[in-house]
Design a protein around this ligand. Sequence first.
Ligand code: PLP
Length: 385
Amino acid sequence: MNTLYLDYAATTPVDPRVAELMASCLTLEGNFANPASRSHRLGWRAEQAVESARRQLADFIDSDPREIVWTSGATESNNLALKGRVEYLRSQDAGRPLHIITSSIEHKAILDTCEWLEDKGVEITYLTPDADGLIHVSQVAAALRDETVMVSLMAVNNELGTTTDIAAIGQLLADHNAVLHVDAAQAVGKIPVNVREWQADLVSFSAHKMYGPKGIGALYVRRQPQVLIAAQIHGGGHERGMRSGTLATHQIAGFGLAAQLVSDEGADDMTRLASLRDRFETRVMALGGVYRNGSEQWRSCGHANLSFDGVDGEILLASLAKIAVSSGSACASASVEPSYVLKAIGRDDALAHAGLRFSFGRFTTEADIDFAVEHLSQIVGRLRR
Ligand SMILES: *Cc1c(COP(=O)(O)O)cnc(C)c1O
């Protein structure tokens, strides 16, 4: 039996055009060489593929190719941004008090890194969202201190799809020393992403959330003014000393084309997705006893996070045999704890447990939506009886 995939926020399938390009970067006949090999043409060719991908991503986010550092994914980019900045600042002044502002609904790659930094003496303020899942610029302003060195917030929340007004926060920080780090892993393809308009200093990306492969990501590191960070992986001095390791030509070329495709087709995709999402949500909410989690107004086009009255989330999830969706975020769903994000927006345990995230993407069709609504109505009806 086929399973209908409605979990694009956990990962996206690779676009076939991307897969084809990647396959051409693997074998002897293809562009397989080490991009750092300077002694032969095959190395130069691989380097060209890497640099052309760097330009594709840079153009897409309105930056300079020299501001892109390849990493293994957004988890590593987040680690590099936070630890790398703290370590750099400590190398300049070991005794300086360091304060970071983030939120309680960030991805675990931020929250766990912050917890680690707290153990190392960094003070962290965790802003709490309102009942709609929103973090406001006024909260950042109120938490800002002289010793604040970084504000780290996600552009689009992975569970709720809610958006943060990053440009307003960038503006707030324009005359403060704190750098702005943005986790944009969920934002690409769902909202416009422009690091200049955001006035961001460090921005994390992940290819597998945007129809590229898993295992490759990037960190945007601003050059003007130059944001300095300490490398977290040493060995060979690749990526202008910020991240060593042989560059994975196939992954990077795939990521570059994925960025190009979102750049070319993303605006149309967003309009289409918003209308599919609305079609889905309207029909499911018409069942009654269904609550939307997160703001209706301030959210990306790809998510619908819904809680179902009178239905246990785990049982609902297990009964939805024909569609692949997630409860809480995929990263947290190994445990049966209710979602920390739904708890943070004030859902009680029962509704937090009953929350399901449906997420849509490039290959979702109207027929898929109708099929999912039908399946969901049957299962919810049966469980409620
Ligand atoms: C998926 C995701 C990550 C982790 O990205 P990986 O590339 O899988 O390491 C980080 N932040 C957000 C918001 C995400 O959605």
